[in-house]
Write a protein that binds this ligand. Structure first.
Ligand code: TYM
Length: 335
């Protein structure tokens, strides 16, 4: 039976990249009636420094974003990672299954430490992918919807499951499938079409935040870097135009259209015509979410109650799998 798991770090505001690459897909999967479990991975967030008050606020804001975008605590399990202690427990077991070499080859580890002193990175940052594998495998999840940048981590999860099953001669952990689909699996910066849109980019103009108001969204899109050429009639012709390609992808994902359908509508037109349409579409899709997020943030106790109930439901699935894991590994469990 399929079971979906995914997570987002509460390490800053949500961006259009998180929305199109992840949350929008989470909602679609929930509404297909599949069992869906969505986590706010606060323990991953502290692999880099987080101010404690900011972390609490960001966790509640992420929960508000999930809810505002259409996740329903009656249909999906919504919880924050640290409230289900088995994540840390299975993460430790996987630290002993995974190899240092595997971690050293992770491109996100290399990117986050390149040009810096890797000796000063936290040990948690190095082990990050092992905890992520624990998140997924603790629920025997079969499918993990993520953006393109998480593909290597899900592949590592498969390697950890395979090695665990092999070492202990069991067929216990499933081999999970990444689900990387849609027009916007890699939303790029609005200032540089070769860089990923990211909550950690120092330039706020490079991204659209889910908390941006209508004016800010329009302004950022109107100022987005582009070129002077009109839009072509086929997507292949955009190969060397990363900024143009990105805006077409965003349009397609927001409108629920194929990229070719977008180009069929706008071929021959320049960005002077395309950007205002994109801005309208973005405002129309995102404003209701930011309004609802702001409303939900007025009632943090309600958010906390939802996370608490979600954690109870998550724990009910996770605990037996954790106990079985301890048994397989050879831990005496006598109370
Ligand atoms: P995080 O918090 O960086 O991002 C959350 C999700 O948003 C996607 N995403 C994007 N998609 C398209 N374009 C972008 N510019 C963009 N930026 C972010 C990410 O691919 C991701 O799906 N390691 C994960 C969190 C995690 C997790 C897990 C995910 C922890 N445990 C278990 C799945 C399953 C991360 O840092 O995502």
């Amino acid at each position: 039976k399929p079971r979906v798991f995914s997570g987002i770090q509460p390490s800053g505001g949500l961006t259009l990249g998180n929305y199109l690459g992840a949350i929008k897909r989470f909602v679609e999967m929930q509404d297909q009636g599949i069992e869906t479990i969505y986590c706010m991975v606060d323990m991953h967030a502290i692999t880099v420094w987080q101010d404690p008050d900011a972390l609490k606020r960001q966790t509640r804001e992420l929960a508000a974003g999930y809810l505002a975008a259409g996740l329903d605590p009656k249909k999906s399990i919504l919880f924050n990672q640290s409230q289900v202690s088995a994540h840390a427990e299975l993460g430790w077991v996987f630290n002993c299954v995974a190899r240092m070499g595997w971690m050293n080859r992770m491109t996100q580890w290399k990117d986050k430490t390149s040009g810096k002193d890797a000796e000063k990175a936290s040990l948690g940052l190095f082990a990050y992918p092992s905890l992520m594998a624990a998140d997924i495998l603790l629920y025997h999840a079969t499918h993990v919807p993520v953006g393109e940048d998480q593909k290597q981590h899900v592949e590592l999860t498969r390697d950890i499951a395979t090695k665990f099953n092999h070492d202990y001669k069991v067929d216990f952990f499933p081999i999970t499938e990444p689900v990387i689909e849609g027009a916007a699996t890699r939303v790029m910066s609005l200032r540089d079409g070769t860089k990923k849109m990211s909550k950690s980019d120092p330039s706020d103009a490079s991204r659209i935040n889910l908390t941006d108001d209508a004016d800010t969204i329009s302004k950022k899109i109107r100022k987005a870097k582009t070129d002077a050429e009109p839009l072509p009639d086929s997507f292949d012709a955009l190969a060397d135009r990363p900024e143009a390609k990105n805006l077409v992808n965003i349009y397609a994902a927001l409108a629920g259209m194929t990229k070719d359908a977008v180009l069929a509508e706008y071929a021959g037109q320049g960005f002077g015509a395309f950007k205002p349409k994109l801005a309208d579409l973005a405002v129309e899709s995102l404003s209701p979410i930011s309004t609802e997020m702001a409303r939900l943030m007025q009632a943090p106790d309600e958010i906390d109650a939802i996370l608490g109930q979600g954690a109870d439901r998550a724990d009910a699935i996770a605990r037996p799998i954790m106990e079985r894991t301890y048994d397989i590994v050879g831990m005496v469990r006598s109370r």
